[in-house]
Design a protein around this ligand. Sequence first.
Ligand SMILES: [Zn+2]
Length: 596
Amino acid sequence: MSTYAMTWNLDSLFQGGSHSSELKNYVQQLEVHLDELESLISSFMPPSSTDETEPLHHMIEALQVAVKELEEFSAFTSCLQAQDVNDTGAGQWLAKRSELGARLNNVLVRLDETFITIDDEIWTSLLQQPSLKELSFVLEERRQKAADKLDASRESLINDLSVDGYDAWELMYDRLVAKLSVEVEGRSLSVGQASNKLDSPDRSVRKEAFDQLQKAWQNEADVFSETLNHLSGFRLQTYKHRGWENVLKEPLDYNRMSAATLETMWNVITDYKQAYIPYMRRKAELLGVDQLRFYDVEAPVGKTDSTKSFQEGASFIIEQFRKFSPKMADFAEMAFEKGWIEAEDRPGKQPGGFCTSFPDSEETRIFMTYSGSPASVATLAHELGHAYHQHVMNDLPVLNQGYAMNVAETASTFAEMIVADAAVKEASTKEEKMTLLEEKVQSSVAFFMNIHARFLFETRFYEERRKGIVSQDRLNELMLEAQKEAYMETLEEYDPTFWASKLHFHITDVPFYNFPYTFGYLFSAGIYAKALETGPEFEERYTALLRDTGKMTVEELAWKHLGVNLEEREFWEHAVELCTADLDAFMKYSEASMEG
Ligand SMILES: [Zn+2]
């Protein structure tokens, strides 16, 4: 076995970093391709018969070239920025990327408008032509979304007004949050820094940080209720004009899922989560308190001393992957060997981790800082899961490679589950086993309770907002009710100002930035349950499922590859049962550890 480098190789993509002349040429070529696409759209005339496939076909081809190149360029700039936050050359490329990204967005709006000008019957039969058939789902989806909106001139008015009347509320929110500061342990901290203290193993630190944060959010609640009310008001007004009755229409369409699927998922969770009530009590005992408070739910209960060198972590992951899928293992091995992973711990790197795709060179790069802890082994496996997802899609048309947020984490969570389970099995002491299991149970609690509370709050808030402004006191009340319900009254203290502190309620890009997380988690768990049940033959089915994530609804995806109906309970029950099996194991080990 070879020794793997902890730094990535970017030169094999574009030689010379942010001063690369290869990159410069590539971006020039992309701009030429954008020009060509724009002129094809400008000269497009709706076909008068089904024989005229060529103009549409050309336009789509040109679009795919531009999208592919823009993604390639974008991915490279992300890597440059991440590896060295002080690289000013990278900063200039980021500005270029925003400019070209905005240009492509405008092009897409115009392109979608050309779709609606095509007669229904001609459109349907064009999509059956060999050159377009493969893309029929994504093209139909684009056309339908455009048709659901108002006519082009009114939509463009909305877009123009959004800059100052909608997106500006999010910017305002960000500005106001950046100005907040709180005093914790005698030091003045930003809210981000103070929020990090909520993970402290020391309860008095968590309590102080929480109390100070509550005070800060409550002090500014009048201002944040303005930003939230106006942002949501703009959204609702736009929906009203488009004739959209249901506030969930946009997020469900975006995630390519049905209302029935969403409802079934939450119903199953609600029925099963009673099982977590004893866990909340056990965790309180382990932390030495009578009852958990909001800031205790994610507190660590034990510790693990075991660490793995990068080399050991890599071998462990490859070995565990191989038990499920030799293809996944071979892929991971290749990624390590070819230097697709940046894992070194050094100053000047961006925090966090990501995986980014280069659809033109058909490669990926993973960015993270590896510490050797079980959590960093899990992160590495997680990012390799993302990379494998991209890998199996490489030969597909780029328009069929786009998947929504709810399935984006399928492969990564799946990979993480494989490795986390193996780590529990491998743990040498009972305490270590218990700690690792507790981390898994904690994730379930986050998806079943915390995210559920966000969903309940947001749904109810939008209902009330339709009738008028929702006061800050009412916002607190709605949040408290949602949390009590989602946490099944298990906590001694909740977080009523969570509506103000959680950025996700204030982003204009995607509404309901919550349920896709829970969907993704359980969707992966359900797939993992199938894999355990099926054995080695599952590899083929798994790969085929991943390949289809960009070109069908989630219901079609699950039916085609797993033979299950997501609108029915069965799949979700199996998925939740996999989580409650960890819960049972945790209850067993923690009982033993308390007696011992
Ligand atoms: Zn991820």
